[in-house]
Design a protein around this ligand. Structure first.
Ligand SMILES: Cc1ncc(COP(=O)(O)O)c(C=O)c1O
Length: 324
């Protein structure tokens, strides 16, 4: 069987923007619960304030360049981490960048939006929370820019295409290297899941390895059945890119920590954000990683991981939200 890196070799990459991220043991949680909890710091991927999106863009941007595109369109909410990351890559790559940003234009740009402004990209605010209507706006804009002679590369919400998800197939292979370096085997990987790109990539990575643990995607936007279906559809498409097959039984969406909905804070999330900051010196966010950490800490308290198990929490970034 080909290794993950052999399978990914034929895809153009940027490489120079990405560093392998550190993994460290979270002693406070490990000592308290008798489970070895590790954190992979994908908030520190090393370009444009980091986060999971840089791994996706490491595959998406080279595809745009190889197709001869000179203009990028990215879609997300006003405070989208993906849009900020896409804008950073696009501008640094000499492209014209347009962001379709869902939500009213704020009087005072903060957080990611402030960074979008510093980058000088075109921000098209569209006052709606409906993802599908954002996609329709982006299609309209693409037609307009194309009619002006631009060659446009349009990315969906979260950059979660099969090409983008390869970033987390690659991350999975990095995690296997992390395991060997640490001399352990992870029993579970737990992370925030929304537009499904991270989870789909990890599940495809698992499909081409002999790793037998559980990947737990903590759903922060959708109920379990919808999230699992979204992950499956994207994982199947991603698997096709590298001639692999996914096993549906490896897809686990945990929706018990979603609360009333996307970006709505829950007491468990607030508690987890405070605990990580105060006990571990790690800043999370309230939309994604805080809810994933709420799941992690609740699983630990309820004894849902075996005593002595090795659990990897992926910090997927997003903490610019703290500056909103
Ligand atoms: C910080 C952070 N974590 C996790 C996710 C979820 O990733 P995905 O949309 O690939 O499921 C996102 C998506 O925007 C994110 O910004």
């Amino acid at each position: 069987m080909l290794t993950i890196q052999e399978k990914l070799k034929s895809f153009p990459r940027l490489h120079n923007s990405l560093l392998p991220t550190p993994v460290h043991k979270l002693d406070y949680l490990s000592d308290e619960y008798g489970v070895n909890v590790y954190c992979k710091r994908d908030d520190l991927t090393g370009f444009g304030f980091g986060g999971n999106k840089t791994r996706k863009l490491d595959f998406l941007l080279p595809e745009a360049i190889s197709l001869g595109c000179d203009t990028l369109i990215a879609i997300g909410a006003n405070q989208s981490n993906f849009c900020r990351a896409a804008a950073t890559y696009g501008v640094a790559g000499g492209m014209e960048v347009h962001l379709i940003l869902g939500g009213k234009e704020p009087e005072n740009p903060t957080g990611n939006l402030r960074l979008d402004h510093i980058l000088g990209v075109a921000c098209h605010h569209f006052d709606s929370t409906d993802w599908e209507s954002w996609e329709r706006e982006a299609e309209k804009l693409e037609k307009e820019l194309t009619s002006q002679g631009k060659k446009v590369y349009r990315m969906p919400v979260g950059g979660s295409t099969s090409r983008g998800a390869l970033g987390y197939v690659d991350a999975f292979s990095e995690i296997m290297v992390d395991q060997s370096r640490l001399g352990i085997q992870f029993d579970a990987i737990i992370h925030a899941s929304s537009s499904a790109g991270i989870q789909a990539g990890l599940v495809v990575g698992q499909a081409v390895s002999d790793w037998r643990g559980n990947i737990i995607g903590v759903s922060v936007a959708k109920p379990q059945a919808i999230q699992e279906k979204d992950v499956l559809v994207l994982a199947q498409a991603t698997a096709t890119e590298i001639d692999a097959r996914v096993d549906q039984s490896n897809i686990i969406a945990e929706d018990s920590y979603l609360g009333p909905g996307y970006a709505i804070r829950t007491p468990g999330c607030e508690e987890a954000v405070a605990l990580f900051a105060q006990r571990l010196g790690i800043f999370l966010d309230y939309v994604y990683t805080g809810k994933a950490a709420a799941a992690l800490t609740d699983y630990l308290r309820k004894g849902r991981f075996d005593n002595g198990a090795n659990v990897l929490f992926i910090h997927t970034g997003g903490n610019i939200e703290l500056f909103e």
